[in-house]
Design a protein around this ligand. Structure first.
Ligand code: NI
Length: 176
């Protein structure tokens, strides 16, 4: 049960190849995530927003602010990889970020708006990228491996839906 609550659409399974079809699907997913999040949180009240989606898990407010944090980092990694030669990126502790004061003080609508704005810029950037750009890499310091941008966006196309479905599955279970 824990696994299905935590991974309602399954764990991330990377695509084997960069194809035009995959690229269109991944960008399409990034484009649609802000609207999906609007739908996820529609008419939730303050009490519901504070309920964790699983035992010891984040509540809906934390999930939404986490998506903003995560995708801001991803967007910056992409821009670094496009403008520098195989830059080493900076990891961050997403669990500690989800406990910082802004997460508890700022209404989640602020992060939904932020995600709308961020994804507007992110998709405009991606729409203009060449195949050569998609094969540019950044280095993750944990393993020193280069990650091509197409693999990165494959992951983030999954990531937004993954968290959205955590919220939708919670609402379904609770009958909200
Ligand atoms: Ni996440």
């Amino acid at each position: 049960m824990e696994e299905s609550y935590r991974y309602p659409i399954g764990r991330f399974k990377p695509a084997e190849a960069f194809t035009p079809q995959n690229k269109m699907a991944w960008i399409g997913s990034i484009r649609s995530i802000p609207l999906l999040l609007d739908y996820c949180i529609e008419n939730m009240d303050e009490g519901q927003l504070l309920v964790p989606y699983r035992k010891d898990g984040w509540n809906t407010i934390q999930v939404i602010h986490h998506i903003a944090d995560s995708h801001m980092n991803a967007y910056i990694r992409m821009k670094l990889a496009l403008t520098e030669e195989a830059p080493v990126v900076k990891p961050y502790d997403e669990n500690l970020w989800a406990e910082l004061p802004d997460v508890f003080e700022v209404p989640l609508n602020v992060s939904v708006t932020l995600i709308h704005a961020l994804h507007r810029r992110w998709t405009a950037l991606m729409d203009a990228m060449t195949d050569q750009d998609w094969n540019k890499i950044y280095i993750h310091p944990a393993d020193g491996k280069g990650v091509p941008l197409w693999q990165m966006i494959n992951l983030y196309s999954w990531h937004g839906k993954h968290h959205a479905e955590q919220i939708l599955a919670l609402r379904k279970r609770k009958g909200w």
